[in-house]
Design a binder for this molecule. Structure first.
Ligand code: TXA
Ligand code: MG
Length: 343
């Protein structure tokens, strides 16, 4: 298969991509969080292709991407007032809501036969335009092979994982603004529950919701046999081949530890402000300590680069604060298997 390369701002892109989606093909789409591997969410055969291309277990459900908040009512039912409030404040944007699904409309293959669906209205305009023109919601997981880091540029999608030649088209919308996957909040029963932190922060959610439970899968390792609210949580999340260890403490204490315990096959994933402490070691900065957005934006690409370099041990510096720091800490903790060392 020859993968069509479509630029977000070319005149034919929306029509071409929408036609391919309607025809049941796979199209990689840009979003503000990460690239998505999209297909018609209402077509079980098209959805099957997503699972096959990613090597994704079929009991891990997909997010439905919609063009306008009102479309929630087509695919979900018993929508609580809180969902409309969140949509009003954060959509289009990096927030996914879990709501009761209309099982007569959305195939079980998309939702892994759950009673709920995850739904979001992404920020990137060309993607919403494609959804609108296709006339169907787009099911899209992150456009990486299962177990690999999510992709934040078109080049990563095509070349790092060999999706080039396996999918009908990719729409290149440039690098993703946020860089980590969307925030997922479960609204289908009881108190709203944060299943995955992302670009919309817990503090922002609480401003609208009042109460918010943080699911334990966000802050700790989940036993594979445990029953979980977000099915994706039980799968091995992306982790580099080497051991990742988070060094918690001051910049100086972390640098002292890294120097004492590191060797030629060790690298440090740190902040730009700390790079000078590691002149004599392998070190990569993923963003600025004083700019949490830059850390979210740079995290996956830095981890991928370090993985390719093949380091046996990666010492990582990780922000402690809230905001989008919560999402950065969650992804890094998972990459580290929650191995955190106080130095
Ligand atoms: O930012 C994002 O959300 C990106 C872009 C492409 O939109 N998509 C993404 O999809 O990260 P994926 O499949 O990599 O992660 C979706 C997560 C999975 O952990 C899945 O288990 C969970 O959402 N999920 C999907 N439907 C669910 C449901 N009904 N209840 C609970 N969790 C659900
Ligand atoms: Mg993913």
């Amino acid at each position: 298969m020859n993968t069509l390369y479509l630029r977000a701002d070319d005149a034919d892109t929306v029509e071409t991509a929408a036609r391919l989606i309607r025809d049941g093909e796979l199209v990689a789409i840009p979003t503000e969080t990460v690239y998505g591997l999209g297909a018609n969410a209402l077509d079980p055969d098209a959805v099957l292709r997503i699972f096959e291309a990613k090597g994704r277990p079929q009991d891990n459900p997909l997010i439905l991407h919609i063009a306008d908040p009102e479309e929630m009512t087509r695919y979900c039912c018993d929508i609580p007032e809180t969902a409309w409030k969140l949509a009003e404040r954060f959509w289009p944007g990096p927030l996914t809501m879990v709501l009761p699904v209309r099982r007569d409309v959305v195939p079980g293959r998309t939702t892994a036969n759950l009673d709920t669906a995850a739904i979001r209205c992404p920020e990137v305009a060309v993607t919403r335009e494609i959804i609108r023109r296709a006339g169907v919601p787009i099911a899209a997981p992150s456009a990486n092979l299962s177990g690999k880091p999510s992709t934040t540029t078109a080049r990563h999608v095509l070349h790092d994982y060999g999706l080039d030649g396996k999918i009908a088209a990719i729409v290149d919308g440039g690098p993703c603004r946020v860089g980590v996957e969307s925030t997922i909040v479960d609204l289908h029963e009881g108190t709203p529950r944060l299943l995955r932190p992302g670009g919309v922060t817990p503090e922002q959610l609480r401003e609208v919701l009042g109460e918010l439970i943080v699911d334990k899968a966000v802050v700790s390792q989940i036993d594979p046999d445990e029953v979980v609210r977000a099915p994706g949580m039980k799968y091995k999340h992306y982790a580099p081949k080497g051991d990742v260890i988070i060094l918690k403490g001051t910049a100086e204490a972390a640098a002292a530890y890294a120097h004492a315990h590191g060797g030629p096959d060790t690298a440090v994933l740190c902040y730009e402000e700390e790079l000078s402490l590691y002149r004599d070691m392998n070190a990569v900065a993923y963003g600025r300590r004083d700019d949490l957005d830059s850390l979210a934006h740079g995290l996956f690409a830095a981890l991928r680069d370090m993985d390719e370099a093949g380091y046996a041990t990666i010492f990582a510096r990780c922000p402690e604060e809230g905001g989008v720091g919560c999402a950065v800490r969650n992804r890094l903790s998972k990459a580290a298997g929650f191995h955190i060392l106080e130095v």
